[in-house]
Design a protein around this ligand. Sequence first.
Ligand code: BG6
Length: 477
Amino acid sequence: MQFPKGFYWGGATAANQFEGAWNVDGRGASVDDHFTGGSYEKPREITIDIKPDVLYPNHDGIDFYHHYEEDIALFAEMGFNMFRMSISWSRIFPNGDDAQPNEAGLAFYDRVFDCCAKHGIEPLVTLSHYEMPYHLVEKYNGWASRELIGFFENYCATVFERYKDKVKFWLTFNEINCGTMDMGAMMETGLIQGFEGPASAIKTTPQQRYQALHHQFVAHGRVVKLAHEKYPQFKMGNMDCFILSYPGTCDPADVLANELEMNRMNWYCSDVQVRGAYPFYAKRFWAENDIELEMAPGDLEDIAAGKVDFYTFSYYMSGTVSTHADHEMTEGNMTFGGKNPYLESTDWGWQIDPMGLRIALNQIYARYQIPLMVVENGMGAYDEVEEDGSIHDPYRIAYLKSHIKAMGEAIADGVDLIAYTWWGPIDLVSAGTGEMRKRYGFIHVDKYDDGTGTYERRRKDSFFAYQKIIKSNGAEG
Ligand code: BG6
C-alpha cells in the first residue's frame, strides 16, 4: 500500500471531551458542561443549572489540561505528525460575548502548540467542536441569533492572531451537517434555550435548524475570508459527518430516496462550504420543508468567500435508505439509518464498513477535486485491563487496518487524500452517550463512568499496531 510521502498520520480529539478543567483559569461553562452522563440505552440529559449531586462527565474529561505534555509525548511515540484538537471557545471567551479574551485560556493553548512543535507534530485545529459557551444558549438561543456571527468572528480573529505562527490548518465547525437534525441542536447549533430534559426530547423545526445553519455559513465565510486575506499561510477546511448510505433495495424509489438523503445529510453543507453557494437542489428542499431563510444583504457574498482549501470529514459507518416499510433500522450517535445485512456492527450498533470509506472518498473527490482529510474514524468498544496492566484490543486493530487499506485503495484510485486522524487516540468522553467505557483510544485512561479513576495512561496493543503502520507510512496496514 503506497501512501504519499509527507502523508499526515495522527489522532483527533475535542476540547470538551478530554480537557476537563471546565471551570479552571477563568473558563466559562460550555453547553457540554450541562450534559449528564448517559449510555447506549439511556440518553444524556440537559440541565439548565449545574446540580451538585449530578455527574457531568465533561467537567473532568480525562484531564488533558494537566496531562498534555505526557499525552503529546505518547502521540509522538506512536509517530504522529498531526494532532487534531479543538480550542474551547469558552476558555477564550467565557461567555462568548465578552469584550476581552481570557489570557489564561490563550496561554494554555500556547503551551499545547509549543509542545506539539517540540515533537514535530502539526496541529489541526477545530474552532468549534460541539461546544459554544452556554451563555450564548441562554441569552441568544445559540445560532438562532445572527448576533452569534459577530461573536464567532471575534473569537476566530483573536485566536488567528495569537497562534498565527503556530497553527496552519484550521477547521471552522465540527460536523456542521449534524445541525440539520434535532440532535445537532444540542451540540452544533445550540437551539436549546430554556430546555431541560433528555436529549432525545429536543424538538426543533426545519425552519429553525436551517436558519441557524445559514448563520453558521455566513460566519464560516467571513472567517475564511479573514484568514485568506490576512494570513496567507493558513489552510482552511470544513468538517462534515459523512454518513455514506446505500439504497436499501434496487427499487428506483429506494435509489431516489437515497439520493435525496445523501443530498440532505452529506452534500448540503459541504456544497456550500466548498463551492461557496447554496446547491441547485436547495430551493425545492426548502419549499418542501417549509423553510424560508431570512438573509441579510451581503450574506451570499460572505458565503461565496468561504470556499475551503481542503475538505475534511468523519467516517465511522454506513447506512441504508429505503421506502419499504419492513426495512430494519439501526443507529449512530446522532444519525439513524437502515440496516445492511452484509455488515457487522459495533456494540453501540454502528455498522462497520471499510469498503464504504473507499466509496466515500471516491464520491467526495469526484464532486470537489480538492485535497481530502479523514479527520475522524474509529471504533468505540469495551476494553479490559489484564492483571499485568496490558490491554488486548484486536477488534480495534482490525478496524484500523481495514480502514487504512480502504484509504490506500482510494489513493490508488487517484483520490488526493493527505491526512488521517483516528478519533480518540486516547480514551475520552463519548459525545453521544457521555460514557467513558465506550473507548476509542490506543491509550487507555484509568477513568470510569462513576467518576472514579486515577487518570493513569496505559498503552494498548493497538498503540503498537498504529506505531508500526505510521512507521511504514501505511505499508503495514
Ligand atoms: C463524532 C464527533 O460525531 O463522533 C465526536 O465529532 C464524537 O465528537 C465521535 O466523539 C464519536 O461519537 P461518540 O458518540 O461515540 O463519542
